[in-house]
Design a protein around this ligand. Structure first.
Ligand SMILES: Cc1ncc(COP(=O)(O)O)c(C=O)c1O
Length: 495
């Protein structure tokens, strides 16, 4: 493909993308294919000779689109929002064209410097404590990682190194491996599965602690766990608290947990992957009270801030805890400007290579402005509130967690299996998509507001689909069961 063909095909692709996104509402939200569907549509080998791009283009609709789940459809309510916006897509295009691998400042200074500036911008937009910013006189700063999961692992490994170094001095008879075998980290029973997995990958114990009736991890629970573990000779070293849990968007109590982490010299990481974006609006910042106790904090603009995957931002108060923990410095990566006022981000992450991801964040922030991002978040929250109201107006349903962001957790009153059947009906119907969660043994459906284009009519549409599916489910359950539950004044949540 030469430059002229690139411009022609590029224009066609941009038009295809904008039509796809503007008309996405009309597509069936979930694919209708079975595993291996593509085998019969494509040859077994790569083409021997070059093909015209027009032929490739035709296959987008024929081969690709049938197997796509349309995450940016207003009918898609699964998981959490996945970021997307035109400026972000343009940022990725330019990043791909520049194609630098920005592992050090010297490999492409703009790549590092724009990341320093945009992570500071974002940190200020969220009102993070100054110590997290590159501009502060301290040792803090932000960095773009690929995912929140990778960030948790990185923080856990840095915390592990810090504690091993400390305890090797205390237990002079123990070596590094023996100290590691005593480490114990904590998280709540509501945290994302990636936190438990980080414990596995980092070869340390990770205890999941019980949450209260609001699905929030409380200080007293942590304190008791620490006391138990210390009595067994273990060394508490890490807590991953969550602001906006995956199941119900619950918030751990940082004001209680933070001081305990300080007393115990434990690393406090805050995973605010989804809900963190909302702190751009002052009215939601009360949920992050206690953030000043954190060593590290992360959010995913690729979830709820209009930036395409992958772009997760992590801030650290003392970067030396990362840089020194994993420092390898072979001669081919050194440069004469190292350590002179700009980070070499390879020390702040697990891989060596890194993309120019800050471009898409920069394009988005400049195109929307702080007010545009705030408006987007507020719109999603108000749509969630609209849906909550509709659910509560139908006496067959209940909402099981506070609706404070763009997520509503709702269920049919009564046994779990009723709501399980409801989900089956909804998925069979196929007009909308959502997923379940089980929290404290309660089976619930999660309706997340995901697409930028979702509007009030879409929410009414989604609820009408849910209602018609609920009608079908209710026919299968004898009313006597509901009456019995109502009389007993209880909800039987046992599956
Ligand atoms: C609270 C929370 N943390 C972490 C993650 C994982 O995010 P990522 O895919 O960026 O690793 C999720 C995903 O939904 C999440 O909800």
């Amino acid at each position: 493909m030469d430059a002229e063909q690139f411009c022609k095909n590029g224009q066609k692709m941009v038009e295809y993308i904008s039509t796809y996104l503007e008309q996405i509402r009309d597509r069936q939200v979930v694919h209708n294919v079975t595993p291996g569907y593509m085998r019969s549509l494509l040859p077994n080998e790569a083409p021997k000779d070059p093909e015209d791009f027009a032929e490739v283009f035709k296959d987008i609709d024929k081969v690709i689109m049938p197997g796509v789940t349309h995450w940016h459809s207003p009918r898609f309510h699964g998981y959490f929002a996945a970021g997307n916006s035109y400026p972000s897509i343009l940022g990725d295009m330019l990043s791909d064209a520049i194609g630098c691998i920005g592992f050090s400042w010297a490999t492409s200074p703009a790549c590092t410097e724009l990341e320093v500036i945009t992570t500071d911008w974002l940190g200020k937009m969220l009102a993070l404590p100054e110590e997290f910013l590159h501009r502060s006189p301290g040792r803090g700063g932000g960095v773009i990682q690929s995912t929140a999961s990778e960030t948790v692992l990185l923080c856990l490994l840095a915390a592990r190194t810090k504690m091993v170094e400390k305890y090797e001095k205390v237990y002079t008879n123990l070596d590094e491996m023996e100290v590691m075998a005593k480490l114990v980290g904590y998280t709540s029973d509501q945290s994302n599965s990636s936190v438990g997995r980080s414990g596995l990958l980092g070869a340390v114990r990770m205890r999941k602690l019980e949450t209260d009736e609001k699905f929030s991890l409380r200080g007293e629970t942590l304190r008791e766990a620490i006391a138990e573990d210390k009595a067994k000779g273990l060394i508490p070293f890490f807590l991953c608290a969550t602001l906006g849990t995956t199941g119900t968007c619950a918030f751990d109590n940082l004001e209680e947990l933070g001081p305990i982490c300080k007393e115990e010299d434990m690393w406090l990481h805050i995973d605010a992957a989804y809900a963190g974006s909302a702190f751009v609006c002052p009215e939601f910042r009360h949920f992050m009270k206690g953030v000043e106790y954190a060593d590290t904090f992360s959010i995913n603009p690729h979830k709820w801030m209009l930036v395409n995957f992958d772009l997760s931002v992590m801030w650290i108060k003392d970067r030396s805890l990362l840089v020194d923990a994993f420092n390898v410095d072979p001669i081919y990566l050194r440069h004469e400007n190292a350590g002179k006022g700009a980070p070499d981000y390879r020390h702040w992450q697990i891989p060596l290579g890194r993309r120019f991801r800050s471009l898409k964040l920069w394009f988005m922030l400049r195109s929307y402005g702080v007010t545009g991002v705030q408006a987007y978040i507020r719109k999603h929250v108000s749509l969630a509130k609209q849906f909550e109201k509709m659910v509560l107006n139908d006496s067959r349903f209940e909402v099981i967690a506070d609706v404070v962001m763009g997520l509503v957790c709702f269920r049919l009153k009564g046994n779990n299996n009723k709501t399980e059947r409801l989900l089956e009906e909804i998925l069979q119907d196929g007009r909308i998509y959502l997923i379940p969660a089980i929290v404290h043994e309660i089976y619930t459906l999660r309706l997340a507001i995901c697409a930028e284009r979702t509007n009030s009519d879409d929410i009414a549409f989604s609820f009408s689909v849910i209602k018609s599916c609920a009608d079908r489910v209710m026919k299968r359950f004898p009313p006597s069961e509901d009456i019995r539950n109502a009389v007993n004044g209880q909800i039987d949540n046992i599956a």
